[in-house]
Design a binder for this molecule. Structure first.
Ligand SMILES: Cc1cc2nc3c(=O)[nH]c(=O)nc-3n(C[C@H](O)[C@H](O)[C@H](O)COP(=O)(O)OP(=O)(O)OC[C@H]3O[C@@H](n4cnc5c(N)ncnc54)[C@H](O)[C@@H]3O)c2cc1C
Length: 431
C-alpha cells in the first residue's frame, strides 16, 4: 500500500482528503495528515470574529474528527523540513516516510522586511490573532470611556489596517460596524468623531485584485461608512502610537494605537528544503502537474498558498478556491501515477470573488455576474455559510448571525489580553 502524506489541513489539504477517500476505502493508499494545529480555520469569516458576529469555535473544523471519518491518520506536529532523498518529512517530534507528498501548509504574513511592522503591528492570519484583536479593541473602548480629554480618546481609538486587499477591507468594515454600534449604545462618553479607522493602501484604490469599476464603487461605499482610506500610501515605519508613510512624494504621520498588517503573505521557510526555485515571496514555482519546477518525475505536489502557479503568464493570487482545486488535482495525479498513467495538467477555474463591506453591503462577481449592495451581501452570507463545510458549524454560524442581528454584538472583556499575548509565541515572523 502506498503511503500518502499531506502537510497542512487547510483548504487544499482537506480538499485532497475528501477526494482521496475512495482510494483509502479500496485500500490502495494509506493517508496521514500532519498539521501543527488540530483544527482547520475557515479564514473568510475571520473578520467576523473581531466584530463578534461569529464565535471562534464555529469557524474552526476539528481535524481529528474529519480524519477519523475518512480513515486518515492525524499527527499534530510542526513540519520543519523535507528530506527528499529519503522520502521523509521531519517534524519537531516525528519523522514520517512517504511515497507521495502533498504540501499544503499555506502561508505566513509577509511584513516585507519592515522590522518596525514585525515589532509593532498585529498580524491577521490565525484564530488567536482575531481573538486578540477583538479584545484589544474592547479594552481600548473601556479605557477611552473613562477619559475626559477628547484628544486622548482620539489617539487611543485610532485604528489602522495596512493593506486594502480583500482581507484588510473586510476587517476594517467589521471593526467599523462593531465600534460604531458600541459607541452608539454603550459607550456614550465617546463621540462618533473620537474614533477612526484607516486603511492604508499602496495602490490608487482599495481591492486592486478585483474588477476596477467594482473596486471604485467599493471604495466609495467604504468611505461613506466612515472609514478613512489613504491611497498611494507606502508605509515606512510603524510605532506603538503612529504610522509614518509616504504619499505622492510627501512624508506623513498618522496616529494609530492599533495597527494590523494585512499587506501580503509569503511561503513558509521549510519550503526551501523542497525547492529553492521560488518567487521573491518564497512560494515554490510549480509545473502544470503541480510538482516543483525543474524536478523530473517528482513525487511531491505543492499546492495552495505554498506554490506559485503560473496561468496565462501571471502568478495566481493565493486564494482558497485555487488551493481546493489543486488539492483535488494532486490526488488525481497521485492515483494516475500509482496506476502507471501520465500525470495531468492542472487548469484553474476562476468563478469570481466575494467581498463583504460590512453589514448589508458586499461586492460580488459570480461567473462574470457583478452584484453589489444588500442582495450581494446575502449572496456572500449564503455562499460562505455553505462553504464552511461541516453541518454543525453551519448551524453554529447561522445561529450566531441570528443572535447578533436580534440582540447586537457584545463587548464583554472576558480575556486578559496582555497575559494571553505574553503566553503566546511572540516571534511573529515564525508563526
Ligand atoms: C483573514 C483571511 C481572510 C481570507 N479570506 C479569503 C476569502 O474570502 N476568499 C478566499 O478565497 N481566500 C481567502 N483567504 C485566503 C485563503 O485563506 C488561503 O488562500 C487558503 O487558506 C490557502 O489554502 P492552503 O491549503 O494553501 O493553506 P491554509 O488553508 O492556510 O492551510 C494551511 C494549514 O497548514 C498548517 N501548517 C502551516 N504550517 C505548518 C507546519 N510547518 N507544519 C504543520 N502544519 C502547518 C496550518 O495550521 C493550516 O492548517 C483569506 C485569508 C485570510 C488570512
Amino acid at each position: 500500500m502506498k503511503k500518502v502524506v499531506i502537510l497542512g489541513g487547510g483548504f487544499g489539504g482537506l480538499a485532497a482528503i475528501a477526494h482521496i477517500r475512495k482510494q483509502i476505502k479500496k485500500k490502495h493508499v494509506e493517508v496521514t495528515l500532519i498539521d501543527k494545529n488540530n483544527y482547520s480555520l475557515f479564514t473568510p469569516m475571520l473578520p467576523e470574529v473581531v466584530s463578534g458576529n461569529v464565535k471562534p469555535d464555529n469557524i474552526v473544523l476539528p481535524l481529528r474528527e474529519i480524519c477519523v471519518k475518512n480513515s486518515v491518520r492525524f499527527v499534530r506536529d510542526k513540519v520543519i523540513s523535507v528530506d527528499k532523498d529519503n522520502n521523509c518529512v521531519i517534524c519537531i517530534e516525528n519523522e514520517l516516510k512517504y511515497d507521495y507528498l502533498i504540501v499544503a501548509t499555506g502561508s505566513k504574513t509577509n511584513f516585507r522586511g519592515n522590522e518596525s511592522a514585525i515589532e509593532n503591528a498585529l498580524q491577521f492570519k490565525s484564530i488567536t490573532d482575531a481573538i486578540d484583536l477583538k479584545y484589544l479593541i474592547i479594552d481600548h473602548l473601556e479605557k477611552a470611556s473613562s477619559m475626559t480629554s477628547s484628544d486622548a480618546k482620539k489617539s487611543l481609538l485610532s485604528f489602522s489596517v495596512i493593506g486594502g486587499g480583500i482581507t484588510g477591507v473586510e476587517l476594517a468594515c467589521e471593526m467599523n460596524d462593531f465600534i460604531k454600534a458600541k459607541i452608539k449604545r454603550e459607550y456614550s462618553n465617546i463621540g462618533s468623531e473620537e474614533y477612526s479607522i484607516n486603511i492604508l493602501e499602496y495602490y490608487k484604490t482599495i481591492l486592486p485584485s478585483i474588477d476596477e469599476s467594482q473596486a471604485q464603487k467599493a471604495q466609495e461605499a467604504v468611505v461613506e461608512s466612515g472609514i478613512n482610506i489613504i491611497n498611494n500610501a507606502n508605509v515606512q515605519e510603524i510605532s506603538k502610537e503612529s504610522i509614518r508613510f509616504e504619499q505622492n512624494g510627501e512624508q506623513k504621520i498618522l496616529n494609530s494605537s492599533i495597527t494590523v498588517w494585512t499587506a501580503g503573505v509569503m511561503g513558509r521557510d521549510y519550503l526551501e528544503t523542497i525547492s529553492t526555485n521560488q518567487t521573491g515571496d518564497k512560494r515554490v514555482f510549480i509545473e502544470h502537474e503541480l510538482t516543483p519546477q525543474g524536478i523530473t518525475d517528482s513525487n511531491i505536489f505543492v499546492i495552495g498558498d505554498s506554490c506559485a502557479y503560473q496561468y496565462n503568464e501571471h502568478i495566481l493570487p493565493p486564494v482558497a478556491p485555487l488551493a481546493m482545486q489543486q488539492g483535488i488535482m494532486a490526488v488525481i495525479n497521485i492515483v494516475r501515477n500509482i496506476d502507471g498513467k501520465p500525470k495531468k495538467d492542472f487548469n484553474y477555474f476562476h468563478f469570481g470573488y466575494l467581498v463583504s463591506l460590512g453589514k448589508n453591503n458586499s461586492v460580488v462577481n459570480l461567473f462574470g455576474l457583478k452584484l453589489r449592495g444588500r442582495f450581494a451581501y446575502y449572496v456572500w452570507k449564503m455562499l460562505y455559510l455553505y462553504k464552511v463545510g461541516m453541518f454543525k458549524k453551519q448551524i453554529g454560524v447561522f445561529f450566531d448571525w441570528i443572535m447578533t442581528s436580534w440582540f447586537g454584538n457584545e463587548s464583554v472583556l472576558i480575556y486578559d489580553i496582555e497575559k494571553a499575548q505574553m503566553c503566546r509565541n511572540t516571534d511573529k515572523d515564525s508563526k
